[in-house]
Design a protein around this ligand. Sequence first.
Ligand code: GCO
Length: 432
Amino acid sequence: MTHFPQDFLLGAATAAHQVEGNNTNSDCWAMEHMVHTSYAEPSLDAVDHYNRYEEDIRLMADAGLNAYRFSLEWARIEPAEGKFCEEAIEHYRDVILCCKANGIEPMVTLHHFSSPVWLIGKGGWEAESTVEDFARYTRYVIEKLGDELHYVCTINEANMGLQIAAIAERYKRQMMAQMAQAAAGKDDADGTVQVGINLQKMMADQQAVAEENKKVFGVEKVENFTSMRTREGDILVMKAHQAAKSVIKELAPQIQVGLTLSLHDMQVAKAGGESFAQKEWNDEFTHYLPYIQGDDFLGVQNYTRSLFGPNGGLPYPEGAEMTQMNYEFYPEGLEHVIRKVAEDFKGNLIVTENGIATADDSRRVAFIEKALTGVQNCIRDGLPIKGYCHWSLMDNFEWQKGYSMTFGLIAVDRATQTRKPKESLAYLGSWR
Ligand code: GCO
């Protein structure tokens, strides 16, 4: 193993809603508590990072890490439209100062999936007004905390909504094909097809969901950050990024600004898959270039690879090692993605997320070893990679999947909120 250069940012990442607990003014919290929820369980106290951040930051420092990527919670800072909460912003100042006291560079994300409930009531991430709202929130944050910061990610996984729309579209096509088959054969006439889908119930649910949305958010259709994004909404996210960036540059020009993208290692596994791989890469990355070229850095987030053949996506190879998230253990993907991104993006690169959900920490160690070797190969070839933040500092709330996915370098017993560093934490730190 070669050590990273002294100024390389080696750390871990979290997101406010996933770790802090009691994020009661956010859309995620509201959705977790709905009758028609798609969340496996509510986040509740999460891992109480809001109160225990000092211990968590100290554990990072003890392991030898020098960077912490975390997000500020918009719903705490601006719980009602235009009303800012001094206590919340002072809390984040304390977190930033705690990082510094421990020799850790704070890398702040302004938006990591969760939004204030009031924003959703205005149309959320499909409404033009969100650009201005996000810029106003950014202005408040940077006026208060800008002097303390060197790195800001405006928006986490700005491409997530489009990815979700693509998955939903594929799913819909599969369902339609199955339903057509059933209808051609032995389906009965009441809308219940043999694949176990009750269409009438789905329709009835849709109506009930719309009614509940109206009650909770004031709108029938919720457009949160991880809803299926339209092409217009996708560009709106870019405009929000650009608006926030210009506010940051106006108030605190020393801050390095970028956004982060979720990037798969697209591979052509069988001849004929080239155009599919190309199209996916364009959707995930290339078409954003006009909006992000000129940013100080791009946050690269990679977890696995995607395979393509002549008819589109291919399953993982027979016998592939799978993670808890049901995608392939494939740490080599990070190096591939960095190399591809660097062909087109001209700023610095920071790996803002990379990791696996597994109950076997020795597999996490193996993953880190391969992933960091890939990063070092890229550095050796002169690519401008300035940091790596592992996802995640601790086991946490994996959104709709709840607490069952364990991505952490630190285990948390949520009954007592006791932290137990895993071997992988020390292992990651040993690369500095
Ligand atoms: C994302 C988010 C994280 C996830 C992580 C593991 O990529 O979806 O940035 O919040 O928890 O990726 O799935």
